[in-house]
Write a protein that binds this ligand. Structure first.
Ligand code: 48F
Length: 270
């Protein structure tokens, strides 16, 4: 016997998708925190902020979340995590296997999936296929939102004007290229950032111990209402890369959430 479905109407599929998208996306046009990039630092910040009741959304250019975590080390799907970051993974149910004292190993697919599920369950919205191409700046020279376009439009280099969403705080978790800060420098040539030189310095060659030690401290507000997190934080301040050890990324996401909360309290009293 063939399975019979009670209703299958192509137009209802269309209407359901358009209506549901519109309703949810409208709720993302005025955010407390907008996060650029769905890698480990961005998704951790999203989860922790959403859990504290913040209206938060992640904008990811690719059709998939996870950034550089899926591929583990050189496509071997494992990530190494230090003891200090263990609670952030265990609280979302990631199985950590002990290696040497202080080192834990996790399946990268499990890490991405469970961190994503936990962020969504906490109430964060995640928009994939949406690229951030610029920032909105207010009259007091503070960031006040994102300028977005479809990732596919960007890839095809089509001339299509973008849309904008407001956010009280923006977190640049765009990874090694530190894209948002570079965009800010390009658009505002004299801009001074809170980095050792006032400019984006670019990441240094690999030195995992130094890179991990610095990434949390470098996760900070580098321009009014703009926080930099994850590998973008190290790239902004000229710190090294670390390779496939990920504890610093999760802890940086936690730090970014804390800094965002402080900015919201400081400037919005909320
Ligand atoms: O690179 P990514 O995973 O950033 P992260 O959180 O973690 C770095 C690690 O994966 C690893 C490492 C450490 O252990 O060295 O590389 O710092 O994720 C960044 C995400 O941001 C997206 C990009 O597609 C990726 O998924 N992204 C970058 N620029 C934009 C963007 C943009 N302009 N608009 C939207 N998404």
């Amino acid at each position: 016997m063939p399975t019979t479905f009670t209703s299958v109407d192509e137009v209802q599929v269309t209407r359901a998708i358009v209506a549901s998208f519109t309703e949810d996306f409208l709720a993302s046009t005025e955010l407390e925190v907008a996060i650029v990039g769905a890698g480990p630092s961005g998704m951790t910040a999203a989860r922790l902020l959403a859990r504290q009741g913040r209206r938060v959304a992640v904008f990811e250019r690719n059709l998939h979340v996870g950034g550089g975590m899926w591929g583990g080390g050189m496509l071997l799907p494992r990530v190494v995590v230090e003891e200090e970051a263990r609670p952030l993974l265990e609280e979302v149910g990631v199985l950590l296997r002990p290696w040497q004292p202080g080192y834990w190993v996790a399946d990268s697919v499990e890490c991405v999936s469970k961190c994503t599920a936990a962020a969504l369950d906490a109430g964060a919205r995640v928009w994939v296929g949406m690229a951030v191409e610029d920032l909105m700046i207010d009259d007091q020279d503070r960031v006040r939102g994102l300028v977005i376009n479809w990732g596919a439009v960007q890839r095809a280099m089509l001339h299509v004007d973008p849309l904008a969403v407001a956010a009280r705080v923006v977190i640049d978790a765009s990874g090694h290229d530190c894209e948002l800060l570079r965009t800010l420098e390009r658009k505002l040539p004299g801009v001074r950032l809170d980095t050792p030189t006032g400019r984006v310095m670019g990441e240094q060659p690999m030195n995992a111990a130094r890179a991990e030690a610095r990434v949390v401290a470098l996760t900070k507000e580098v321009y009014p209402h703009l926080v930099v997190a994850g590998m973008a934080a190290n790239a902004a301040s000229g710190a090294p890369r670390m390779g496939a050890i990920f504890g610093g990324m999760f802890l940086s996401g936690q730090q970014a959430a804390q800094v965002a909360q402080e900015i919201l309290r400081r400037d919005y009293g909320s």
